[in-house]
Design a binder for this molecule. Structure first.
Ligand SMILES: [Zn+2]
Length: 285
């Protein structure tokens, strides 16, 4: 595990500008075993290293019943479509603000948000390019969040927001050519499975640009502010500390995901991941 993680982190540092934080995804087969095989969010994502019982259980579990969320929102989750791409399911409602996208739940390759705009917030780069975009609702929310942080003396800036399927595909394919598909999967998101493709996620950092999408962002006053206030603006820290076996990603204090205020506050109150919240992965405690 250490070798692979070190490898992936090294690659990430080298290529972070291109790939954004999704390249930091852990090698799923190397994740520490959960208490029950069915708690492994990532159990089915890599065909070459099957986790026998978890594969069956996880892929057979319907994801349409948001048990934990009764009453939170009317129709909170995009239920998975029957179509499959290997072990990865294609979500049925990619445009849903609460769509669950992870290593097992992919956006359709044809999906492109129709309401992408440039949020009026500072970024750590000047160009008006794709990764500056967000869907309009999320863009309005991030503007309020950044303004709210300013009032508290916290200066935030965007690092990377939207990434198209085409961009993710070209990034991923470059890695495949370099390292082969199985290896590439351990550190780069398969096209369709990066949450940045929803237009609802953004990596943020302090306006000085230090520690952009890097571990050293954790514990900074900016990270602490986000941890405390993101939910007030409809965002969640999507990959919380200690939940990598469920989310498939190590702690990323900089990656926030818009889900709407009702859901974000509920998720925060319950102290769960998005996967747990929507019962996408049975979690035994
Ligand atoms: Zn990210």
């Amino acid at each position: 595990m250490n070798t692979k993680m070190t490898y992936s982190l090294t690659l990430f540092v080298a290529l972070s500008i291109v790939t954004g934080c999704s390249s930091k995804s852990e090698s799923t087969p190397t994740l520490s075993p959960a208490t029950s095989p069915t708690t492994q969010a990532t159990a089915t994502s890599t065909a070459s290293s099957p986790s026998p019982s978890a594969t069956t259980a996880a892929s057979a579990t319907p994801k349409t019943t948001p048990k934990a969320t009764a009453g939170a929102v009317a129709s909170p989750i995009a239920s998975p479509a029957p179509s499959k791409n290997g072990d990865i399911q294609v979500v049925a409602k990619p445009e849903s603000v609460t769509v669950l996208v992870n290593k097992m739940n992919s956006l359709p390759s044809s999906y492109e948000p129709t309401d992408l705009v440039y949020p009026d917030i500072p970024f750590i780069f000047a160009e008006k390019i794709e990764k500056r975009k967000m869907r309009s609702t999320a863009a309005k929310a991030i503007e309020k969040l950044v303004a709210g942080a300013e009032k508290d003396g916290i200066h935030l800036a965007g690092v990377s927001a939207y990434r198209s399927y085409a961009t993710q595909k070209s990034v991923f394919q470059r890695y495949v050519l370099k390292d082969g598909e199985e290896k590439a999967k351990t550190y780069s998101a398969v096209p369709g499975t990066s949450e940045h493709e929803t237009g609802l996620a953004i990596d943020v950092t302090g306006s000085d640009g230090k520690c952009a999408a890097e571990d050293c962002f954790g514990g900074t006053k900016e990270a602490n502010w986000l941890e405390k206030h993101a939910a007030e603006y409809g965002f969640i820290i999507r990959y919380p500390k200690g939940k990598s076996a469920i989310t498939g990603y190590q702690y990323e204090p900089w990656h926030i995901r818009y889900v709407g205020v009702d859901v974000s506050k509920d998720i925060e109150a319950k102290k769960v991941t998005m996967e747990e919240y929507y019962n996408a992965v049975p979690v035994s405690k």
